[in-house]
Design a protein around this ligand. Sequence first.
Ligand code: GLC
Length: 728
Amino acid sequence: MKASMDRQGIEKLIAEMTLKEKVWQLTMLSGELVQTGPASAPVTSDAIQNGEVGSLLNLVGPDRIRDAQRHAVEGSRLKIPLFFSLDVLYGLRTMFPVPFGESAAFDPVLWEATARVAAEECAVEGIDLTFAPMIDVARDPRWGRTIEGPGEDPLVGQRIAQAKVRGYQTADLAAPTAIAATAKHLAGYGAVRAGREYTSVDMSERLLHEVYLPPFKAAVEAGVACIMPAFVDLNGTPMSIHIQILRRLVRESWGFDGVMVSDWSSVAELLVHGVAADPAEAAALALNAGVDIDMMGKGAYYDGLPEALDRGLVTMATIDEAVRRVLHLKLRLGLFDNPYRRCGSPEAVAAVGAQAARRALAREAARKSIVLLTNIESTLPFKKDLKSIAIVGPFSDLKGDASKPDAAQRMSAFVDHFKAALPKTAISMTAGSDVELPTENGLEAARQDAQKGDVIVLCLGETIAMAGEASSRGYPGLPQVQQDLARAVFDSGKPVVVLLFSGRPLILPDWLAARAKAILAVWHPGSEGAAAIVDVLSGAYNPSGRLSMSWPTDVGQIPIFFAERPTGRPRLESEHFSSKYLDIPNDPRFEFGHGLSYANFFMTNPRATKWKIAPGETAEILVDVKNTGAVAGEHTVFLFIRDVVSSITRPYLELKDFTKVELAPGEMKTVRFKLSADQLRFLGPDLKPLLEPGTFNIFVGPSANPSKLQMLELRVHPAQSAVARAQI
Ligand code: GLC
């Protein structure tokens, strides 16, 4: 019986490995099924048999994975198992809302639960590691990868990071359904210049440490197994070689001892960045910075590391350090003991996929992610006696999840759900146009269909492919053909409810926002999206989603976010010399945290258990919330602070917590937040955490809209002896 591998065994293994075998352990190559980067030749079974690769990505299907693993553990000299990785950001078989949409739920329990289900589906189909969560804060919706991330605020990014790492990894990576998570893309990727994909990023150290790094620190504190540096050049240094961040900060200061995996060919791309003259230099710079695995590394580690060693650009000790971390990851994943542990049988795969609970969770996640942006004259929810609904638009024929292996599992279409929810209502449906192109007679068909409906549900937006990587949009709005369709439908004179399918806030024409009776952001809602949308429109579910990103009124406002620092000349309509535009408003169309309900929530009596605290102490902030509406609902309450006078300017609002409260009609509950002196610290002139005595304005409210916030004051007094304090 082979003794199970342990850390001593790893040391022995490293001692046996040739240089080539070490370099191959640091190389990750792509399987043949999906390409998520510039096209490349997929790995061959001979190469695996030869031990020429340490891990694979984008190989899908337990049979294929089992086969590849067999080549490695039975064919290669040292029989080191591979690990298998894939981008699973919002589900593998059961699809949840895209991550940006799910962030609108403001629900860490949900965020963890959907990651857990995704991990269970991965762990029975041979996937050991996911390249998720993506925790790049984004404040520029022109950037397509907004769809993958947490929105504009670092605290939300931190909470998502923690929840997702727990969900994917559980407490033990060797647990049967645990998979390794990857915090990506470190760091600042969401701030690409002008929102254009892959451009360089320039930002102050302050902004980097206040906004873009915190989610990654939270992921490390949650025990994330892997980190992926971003493609981008940050302030002149490509992240793949950013030794100050990767090694000094993340490894040495934060204590991260997991694996760093480069993004697709980003090490080889150092030659294109112009910071390396040849593959050996590129490989040395990345390895010395702390990057262990070179994804798609044919052009860098695979070819360049041996030469880098010969030229003295790296040491064998540094190579061994990287190999050690990769082998430790495989050890933690239980792959030495059982390389096939996640390759489930067809029956096991079917059993996991068939669980009704996962579809129920997908429906819950989609419901909670939908944001009711406007609802004029309570157009929604639809009345049960509504005679007819015309569903119009290129997203109207919304079916369940196309990845379902058979139609029986695929969620019935939108129309079926409407019929089930509103049996007395006649339902018609027509596309009216394609997403970006007109269709023959499409407009006319839409006009006719609109006449049939007492109300029109107009389904507009961008496809998933119009967002995501390499999909920046200079004008992230509605394609002209959809605007033409909307005008045609509005001209029918019927009440129109607009559903926006997108991976980001979309710039809306003022006339559309004004003419719609209701607007909902439904994002890309996943397998059970059709059902969830009808649940909201029919009133079976009272919408509770809130925006995790400010929704620009105009593309000219971008980047726009609530936590901006003060200006000495705040906007004054009466003052020419004040901070405003001549041609567009300052305010977003919808602010961070915006989201309506069919209930009516009233907040009152904000108060604190202490109005003075010393360093190290904590106050409780309380506020009463009452549902004065006629239906039950879930309300999200935000806690912001403003440091009124400080040695470094502080944002008008800093988000410090959020929580949800469920209220029946007429019910009132007290929402409580703990607020410690520590949470009132900021990064001082030396970028070190600093707590300054003084007054803090504490705000509670339903969003970052200043007019909706209730304020109380909290004082921090200088650290004094208990006796002196007692005399205050
Ligand atoms: C892509 C993405 C990254 C992804 C990787 C593997 O280029 O930038 O997020 O995890 O390649 O698919």
